[in-house]
Design a protein around this ligand. Structure first.
Ligand SMILES: *Cc1c(COP(=O)(O)O)cnc(C)c1O
Length: 385
């Protein structure tokens, strides 16, 4: 075993079951391990490296900011965050943005916004947040509680109050009391790449509107072009009150954001929330560059590549179904175990992910047709073999 793997095992807490792969460098959708072996990336570091590894323009943008100013705190004005908020507003129609550093933090901010929105208007008691079974919203205490998966609710007692877990069932949802918000993923990512039905989402959205319940879209995984539109909500034809973003937004640097619509743009005022690192200029410079690249042409390519990839995966014997949208796809397998498929693929130079019992694909948005074809042929060998 190489030295780094040994040090990692000795000194880093064992919270992650790592694959036997030590990545040392990358370019686009290709990376190399410590022995120089090349791999095609179908995971983007879990949906983060939207422009792939070490994109030249992105490096330039980040380096240019790094040479000017690395951090100033939120006590003062800096340009990258203001420009990023403007760009996000132009892309989504949101009114105000709050920046933080991760998906969980973005969801925390969304939950706080919803609770305060309701408190300001209706007083105490209307604090419940409905989340959907199989959801994933993060690892902090509140977002872990929001995550409606029983296997996540061990050890860390007591969990936060005020979360209600529902099936994707309007009757069950409508029966809940004292609700300030519904929080959901349009495509449940960690839950197995499971898209919500359009009809359900529309009905839920209408119910939220009618009852002044905030609709929070957790687009930490689906956002920033991943599903072929800038936000996945566009494909459902709705405008959530709050959208949370993180993973793909910074192109590889840690950033989270909440996008607030009209209803709650003023809810979090001075002193109500904050983050020391939130809106960091270097990170925002990276995100600004990601947005500058993610134009309608690139989104069209994501849709085209996604559709082609889905079709070729559906042609593999042993694949029962393919779920997802754009370049966020899940493979339901007939016999093979997803974890085994991923291990075998890595041994053959392709890096997919898992989500529950499915193989999950989140390739960099810039992956080439040739790379996709090669990766599919390896997946085919492994799944059919
Ligand atoms: C990854 C993810 C999160 C958590 O993001 P972190 O940056 O790991 O805190 C939250 N929601 C969804 C939908 C995610 O995919």
């Amino acid at each position: 075993m190489d030295e780094i793997k040994e040090k990692d095992k000795k000194y880093i807490m064992g919270t992650y079951g790592r694959y036997d792969l030590h990545i040392v460098s990358g370019k686009g959708a290709l990376c190399r391990d410590e022995q120089g072996k090349s791999y095609i990336d179908l995971g983007s570091g879990i949906g983060v490296n939207s422009l792939g590894w070490c994109d030249e323009g992105w490096i330039k943008a980040v380096e240019a900011q790094l040479e000017r100013l690395q951090h100033s705190s939120n006590l003062y004005f800096t340009s990258p965050g203001a420009l990023l908020a403007e760009a996000l507003s132009a892309r989504t129609g949101c009114k105000k943005v709050f920046f933080c550093n991760s998906g969980a933090e973005a969801n925390e901010a969304a939950i706080k916004t919803a609770r305060k929105y309701s408190f300001d208007k209706y007083g105490a008691g209307r604090h419940n947040v409905i989340t959907l079974k199989k959801s994933f919203h993060g690892r902090t205490m509140a977002t872990l509680t929001a995550t409606a998966q029983e296997r996540m609710h061990d050890f860390f007692f007591p969990f936060n109050e005020g979360f209600i877990y529902c099936e994707k069932d309007m009757d069950e949802i409508k029966a809940q009391k004292n609700v300030c918000a519904v929080m959901l993923e349009f495509i449940q990512g960690e839950g197995g790449v499971i898209p919500l039905e359009e009809e359900f989402v529309k009905e839920l959205f209408k119910w939220c509107e009618q009852n002044d319940i905030l609709f929070i879209a957790d687009e930490v995984q689906t956002g920033v072009g991943r599903t072929g539109t800038f936000l996945c909500s566009e494909q459902y034809g709705i405008k959530p009150d709050i959208t949370t973003l993180a993973k793909g937004l910074g192109g590889g640097l840690p950033i989270g954001a909440i996008l607030a619509g009209e209803k709650c743009e003023k809810t979090l005022g001075a002193g109500a929330h904050g983050s020391t690192f939130g809106g960091n200029p270097v990170v925002c410079a990276g995100a600004n560059y990601v947005l500058s690249r993610l134009d309608e042409d690139m989104l069209k390519e994501v849709r085209r590549k996604g559709a082609a990839l889905k079709a070729s995966l559906e042609g593999i014997k042993g694949v029962k179904s393919v779920s997802g949208k754009g370049l966020m796809l899940g493979l339901e397998l007939e016999k093979k175990k997803a974890a085994d498929v991923v291990k075998e693929c890595i041994a053959r130079g392709v890096i997919p992910l898992t989500a529950k019992d499915r193989v999950r694909l989140l390739p960099p948005l810039v992956i080439t047709n040739e790379q996709l074809e090669k990766a599919v042929s390896v997946l085919k060998e492994v799944i059919e073999g």
